[in-house]
Ligand binder design. Structure first.
Ligand SMILES: *[C@@H]1O[C@H](CO)[C@@H](O)[C@H](O)[C@H]1NC(C)=O
Ligand SMILES: *[C@@H]1O[C@H](CO)[C@@H](O)[C@H](O)[C@H]1NC(C)=O
Ligand SMILES: *[C@@H]1O[C@H](CO)[C@@H](O)[C@H](O)[C@H]1NC(C)=O
Ligand SMILES: *[C@@H]1O[C@H](CO)[C@@H](O)[C@H](O)[C@H]1NC(C)=O
Ligand SMILES: *[C@@H]1O[C@H](CO)[C@@H](O)[C@H](O)[C@H]1NC(C)=O
Length: 832
């Protein structure tokens, strides 16, 4: 019986969820106090008399109208002498709330003297609010209820008014998207996803006014000139058609093309020594933290890597040497947004934002900005306004409570009746939301140049060099909480470095917690490297560090939790469903992007040194992120240390040239990546001692088949018949070139990336233009020149190494080092 009941409940709730699978977008435009609909810039605002049930306290309001021909939303208002509420039924998630005020005088009500508060739950949008001129206040709230109840509370002896209200759904990804925001001047512990914001400024640099009908999220973007200090220092550029929206970066929802397509740049004339800042000054509310979103799009350069500039917020260096072409996957004029949190409450009512040329790359001194949004963040009391109003407290007249009580009393009955269904609904929604958002909503603290916290007593140990990353430091108590005191049931892996636990932070963010073995000296070095690397580099294809803990001699690293584990786990040995060819290509492309960024994304290239399928992780959407930077190094450099300690990496993936010469270059990563490519194609371990001798080493074995032109013979069973031959050929060629004996003959990660993308195109190509043909001229024309060389290259010239030679040299070199060291390294780096 009990089971049957349970099944029924489960079934019911499933049904319930299915019928609510569709999420309607809320779009309330309300014209308050008017008997008719009115329009404002092509948008129809519905009369709040016609929109039934919105106004839950009906008796206390006064309809005010300035003119009889009330086709303008600003000509009518609703006046409240007592607490009043508007109630909107909504779908959960982030919404714009826009409040339109245009004070005028109606009978004895002089609206420019009105004083009142507006709130939702504990979030106070306005308090002691008095408005003299027409104003639109915009808020962005993450609503966690199915009703939005906006409460208007007149200050004692005064009244409230409102002309129009907008309540509009916003994609949750708009704020809280990765890459995580950066932090300037302090430490920030909150999460952006639960934060309430008030938009104080939203500017279209170098462009004209963008009105709500020209923005997919109905925003208003103002021209910047009135905020510019020293107007002669800046000039404007407009190239709207050249804007590129690269998938995975800013979209037309982040900001419209008309914002990205115009900018302000330095007015340096022909002066190549020009060195000055372009600065804007904004009025802000002191006492609050701020969220700043910069919009960049390099519409001024004629080629990649031409423009380098610095960004300052309140005279603090926010980011140095910005090279936009790298940020957007080497795309010119790619739209890019850069987010910052200013966690220290502003002490003044002015905020300065400046751009200036970078001192490092001073060939073409210039700096640009395309758009900027400045948003106030709610404080710990939930206020967005400094006034004294407390929701539910005694802010209004004494009769308020009675009225409120009445309203609540009337709704309790039906509420109770709906409770069971509602509970199930909420539960289902929650589950869905988790699935959709996962930890992508996670906000991660990030200090730029460690401008904020000084050295916070680092116990005088070797950790001094990471004190600049103090913003990442997480208290041990928090880590213990998150992992339920390192509960063994949460252990999800063990490696040379230590154990890995699944955890959950207070705010629900899921994390992977790697706890190092404190005795290991090697571990300490890796711990430091990992923190240094990951706090320098942020990329959607590199796993994000959330924090670290070095209290009580602990070495704990906290990362974003990667739902789908390692790529290796999806290839063999774990019984997980196998990936399609397209998924595999996308994963390889993602990982290649991450590595390409490491190799090129900074003034000094970084070599990962431990590229393998166990170090490529997959998020809930199977997006690949490269992990484990403990061994990475800035290079190229010659390792001076003894061979046995210098050669690091994982057996089976190791570059034979690195063995021979101990010369570390990016091309060693390329080699290892080539092995990963074959592993992905063949779905077998890179070293499998149980197999016949010629099959033990995957790289060797696959190269043998590739040379015979019969690689298709050893392709993963589950892929057979599902790979287009052209795609396979391109992929195999790419892998083969990565395994070239000499680094100089291997392609760069950038070339690998392009070729993998090409392989994906070949797989995806549809029949309309006939069969896609490798080396066909139109295809080649779309690819950059280095690829042309690469894809047309004669295999026998480009790949001098043969399988035989490769085998020989690796054995020779292996015997030159201490085998046990290599083996311990192998064990160490497995499963981390
Ligand atoms: C007012 O607008 C609403 C929603 O746009 C519409 O359904 C309604 O018919 C309009 N009413 C009048 C009188 O125009
Ligand atoms: C309001 O408008 C008046 C007249 O246009 C102007 O003088 C005044 O500065 C404005 N006040 C504010 C606070 O903007
Ligand atoms: C803005 O919208 C109006 C009306 O929809 C249109 O005529 C105008 O061209 C648009 N402007 C831009 C810059 O898109
Ligand atoms: C630009 O502004 C920053 C911050 O105020 C300052 O440190 C820097 O010296 C300025 N650069 C120039 C060239 O004036
Ligand atoms: C802002 O309000 C939210 C929701 O009430 C809260 O979780 C968050 O901590 C507040 N922000 C700050 C900085 O206190």
């Amino acid at each position: 019986m009990g089971v049957q009941k349970l099944v029924t409940v489960v079934l019911l709730s499933t049904l319930f969820c299915i019928c609510h699978g569709f999420t309607p977008q809320d779009n309330y435009l309300i014209n308050c106090g008017s008997p008719t609909n009115s329009s404002l810039t092509d948008r129809v605002f519905m009369s709040d008399k016609l929109a039934s049930n919105l106004l839950t306290s009906h008796n206390q309001e006064i309809l005010a109208s300035q003119s009889t021909s009330s086709s303008d939303i600003y000509q009518t208002a609703r006046v409240f002498t007592e607490v009043a509420t508007y109630k909107f039924s909504i779908t959960r998630g982030r919404h714009w709330i826009r409040l339109h005020f245009n004070p005028f005088t109606y009978q004895t009500y002089q609206m420019n003297s009105a004083k009142f508060a507006v709130s939702w739950q504990n979030i106070v949008l306005l308090s002691d609010f008095n408005v003299k001129n027409r104003t639109v206040k915009e808020y962005s709230l993450n609503l966690n209820t199915n009703d939005l109840v906006l409460t208007f509370t007149p200050s004692s002896g005064s009244f409230a008014f409102i002309n129009a209200i907008e309540v509009i759904s916003v994609p949750d990804s708009l704020i809280s998207s990765s890459p995580a925001p950066r932090v300037v001047g302090g430490t920030f512990q909150g999460t952006l996803s639960s934060q309430a914001f008030e938009t104080l400024h939203r500017l279209n640099m170098g462009g004209s006014l963008v009105t709500p009908n020209n923005d997919s999220l109905t925003r208003t973007w103002k021209p910047d000139s009135e905020f510019l200090i020293g107007k002669n220092l800046a000039k404007t550029v407009s190239k709207i058609p050249s804007v590129n929206f690269v998938p995975g970066y800013a979209t037309e929802e982040t900001a419209p093309k008309s914002v990205y397509g115009t900018c302000v740049e330095m007015n340096s004339g022909e002066d190549v020594t020009a060195n000055f800042n372009v600065t804007w000054e904004f009025v802000v509310d002191p006492g609050f933290q701020y969220f700043l979103r910069f919009h960049f799009c390099d519409i001024v350069s004629s080629s990649l890597n031409q423009l380098y500039f610095n960004l300052y917020i309140d005279s603090m260096l926010a980011t140095a040497d910005i090279d936009l072409s790298i940020f957007v996957d080497n795309t010119l004029a790619g739209a890019y947004n850069m987010d910052f949190v200013l966690p220290t409450p502003k002490s003044s009512d002015k905020m300065l934002v400046s751009i200036g040329p970078s001192s490092v790359h001073a060939d073409y001194p210039n700096a640009i900005m395309n758009g900027l949004e400045i948003m106030k963040m709610n404080n710990s009391k939930g206020q967005l306004s400094a006034g004294a109003f407390v929701p539910g407290g005694s802010g209004g007249s004494s009769s308020n409570h009675k009225n409120l009580g009445l309203i609540v009393g009337a709704t309790v009955g039906p509420l109770l009746a709906l409770l069971l269904l509602g509970g199930c609904f909420v539960f289902c929604k929650k589950q869905r939301k988790r699935g959709q958002d996962g930890y992508s909503k996670t906000w991660m603290p990030f200090s730029i140049n460690g401008t904020s916290v000084g050295s916070r007593g680092s116990r005088g140990t070797t950790l001094t060099s990471i004190t600049t990353n103090a913003n990442y430091r997480i208290p041990f108590a928090t880590v213990k909480d998150a992992t339920n005191n390192f509960d063994e049931s949460r252990n999800i892996g063990v490696g040379g470095f230590g154990k890995v636990y699944k955890g959950e932070l207070n705010d629900g963010t899921r994390v992977a917690v790697k706890r190092g073995n404190p005795k290991s000296q090697q571990g300490l070095a890796e711990f430091r490297t990992e923190i240094e690397m990951l706090s320098q580099f942020r990329h959607r294809h590199l796993v994000s560090l959330i924090g670290y803990c070095d209290e009580n001699n602990e070495m704990i690293l906290i990362y974003e939790y990667m739902e789908n584990g390692t790529v290796k786990g999806h290839l063999y040995g774990s019984g997980l469903p196998s990936l399609t060819w397209k998924q595999r290509l996308e994963i390889c492309i993602g990982a290649a992007r991450g590595l390409h960024y490491l190799h090129t994304g900074d003034s000094k290239p970084v070599i990962h040194r431990d590229v393998k399928s166990a170090n490529i992780l997959l998020d809930e959407n199977f997006m690949a992120k490269v992990a484990d930077f403990g061994l990475s190094k800035t290079g190229p450099e010659l390792d001076q240390t003894h061979v046995s300690t210098a050669v690091k990496g994982s057996f089976g993936y190791l570059d034979p040239e690195y063995f021979r010469r101990q010369q570390l270059t990016e091309k060693s990563d390329v080699y290892s990546f080539g092995v990963v490519l074959f592993e992905v194609l063949c779905a077998r371990p890179v070293i499998d001692p149980t197999l016949p001798r010629e099959m033990v080493n995957l790289a060797e074995w696959a190269m043998k088949w590739q040379k015979k032109g019969q690689l298709d013979q050893i392709v993963d069973q589950s892929l057979r018949g599902n790979i287009r031959p052209d795609s396979l050929r391109k992929f195999a060629e790419t892998a083969e070139k990565c395994l070239a004996d000499y680094g100089v003959d291997r392609p760069s990660m950038g070339d690998v990336l392009w070729n993998l993308e090409y392989a994906l195109q070949l797989q995806e190509a549809v029949v309309d233009g006939g069969e896609p043909e490798d080396n066909s001229t139109n295809m080649i024309g779309e690819l950059p020149p280095q690829i042309n060389n690469f894809s047309q290259g004669d295999t026998s010239v480009n790949v001098p190494g043969t399988a035989g030679r490769f085998e020989e040299s690796s054995i020779d070199d292996l015997s030159g080092v201490s085998m046990s060291k290599v083996f311990s390294q192998l064990v160490k780096s497995e499963g981390r």
